[in-house]
Ligand binder design. Structure first.
Ligand SMILES: [Fe+2]
Length: 379
């Protein structure tokens, strides 16, 4: 039995988003099998699912909901244990819950005590630490940027998690900001403070020209080894959608030892396991090479990035972005293989925010457009 009710999001005026839904009538702490069947179907149809009033949900229940999407996955957090944490760009953003290590605490400000962690200082990622250009200090309260559009995935060794869950435990009271693309288009988007922005890989794929769709269906992307260390010297484009090419990546011989069989070559398009639809799913900051249908390889990093950016940029147009307006108790479950997402916003030091994030490295690699299932492959 279930009393779960799925209600698709009503797109705000001027928006063309066709994804996202709320599910009411369920308690994530006490899910039945019938509840989960509804949730699974809704997730693969709507990509982003919002449950309200879930403040009471334990880290264990959050992990169990997350892992339920891939029961044969192991117990490893999606990024595993970060090798060389000091150099990884992911290091400052996450604190692990000691008794549930797949669940990470993220946010902003000082937290005296939470779930076995004490005296933790959280820092909401700010684009000034990652982008090639920055919004001037004087405008920083009113204007912001997409920090980094991404898929939650190690992209080296471990398979990309199927889903991620985010629980808003503490949310500072809402002001709004204007998110600027700063890429010469004049595009901007009015967003709630500290929103998480989502864009649909399906919408991105659907609006490509037939020849670009064919290119995406037949091309594979090779990710850098130890990608979050590799990219740590480089800077992002102002729209948060991939890096600028200035030769600042860490040379491969300065990375931790590289195991060739952990390097990932994945399809550009990932097939939805329920609908069969194709999403253009690329982590734009971590791409290194493209493997084309004719067997040739595009190795020029600037060219690879230009190609990927041209394909992905239309998918993050303001009218195609869903910017979630967080309230305490919101639990958002998203299809990590069907959407890109980005942190947004700039908090003041005293704006305390506490979130829990969970994902699990998957048991299988995502399926591409063809019959073959992609996996790790040696370069
Ligand atoms: Fe993320």
């Amino acid at each position: 039995m279930t009393s779960a009710v799925v209600t698709p999001i009503t797109a705000p005026e001027g928006s063309k988003i066709d994804f996202g839904a709320t599910i009411s009538g369920v308690d994530v702490e006490n899910l039945t099998d019938a509840d989960f069947d509804v949730i699974r179907s809704a997730l693969f149809n709507h990509q982003v699912i919002i449950f309200k009033n879930q403040s009471h949900v334990s880290p264990k229940a959050q992990f169990e909901l997350t892992q339920h999407f891939d029961p044969s996955a192991g117990n490893s957090y999606g990024h595993g244990k970060t090798v060389d944490a000091k150099r990884s760009i992911l290091h400052p953003d996450l604190k692990t819950i000691p008794h549930q290590p797949q669940v990470q605490v993220i946010g902003n400000g000082f937290i005296p005590s939470y779930e076995g962690l004490s005296n933790i200082q959280l820092r909401h990622p700010h684009h000034r630490t990652f982008h090639s250009t920055v919004i001037p200090e004087a405008d920083d309260l009113d204007y912001t940027r997409f920090y980094r559009w991404h898929i939650d995935a190690a992209l080296y060794g471990l398979a990309p998690p199927v889903v991620t869950t985010l629980l808003a435990v503490k949310v500072p009271s809402g002001r709004r900001q204007t998110c600027r693309y700063d890429d010469g288009t004049g595009d901007e988007l009015d967003v709630p403070l500290g929103t998480t922005a989502f864009s649909s890989g399906y919408a991105t794929f659907d609006q490509l020209s037939p020849s670009d769709q064919e290119f995406c269906k037949t091309t594979k992307v090779e990710y850098a080894p130890h990608p979050y260390i590799w990219m740590s010297g480089a800077k992002s484009r102002p729209d948060g959608l991939g890096m600028v090419s200035e030769g600042k990546e860490i040379p491969l011989h300065h990375l931790p030892p590289i195991e060739q069989d952990k390097i990932q070559i994945l399809p550009l398009c990932w097939k939805n396991p329920l609908t069969g639809k194709l999403a253009l799913q690329v982590h734009p900051s971590a791409v290194r090479k493209l493997h084309l249908a004719d067997g040739s390889i595009v190795e020029d990093l600037a060219e690879v990035r230009e190609i990927i950016h041209r394909l992905q940029r239309p998918g993050i147009r303001p009218e195609l972005v869903y910017a979630h307006d967080w309230e305490e108790g919101d639990l958002v479950l998203f299809h990590n293989r069907g959407v890109l997402h980005s942190v947004v916003g700039a908090f003041a030091e005293d704006e305390v925010r506490l979130f829990r994030q969970c994902n699990v490295a998957a048991s299988q690699f995502p399926e591409g457009p063809g019959a073959a299932v992609a996996g790790a492959a040696a370069a």
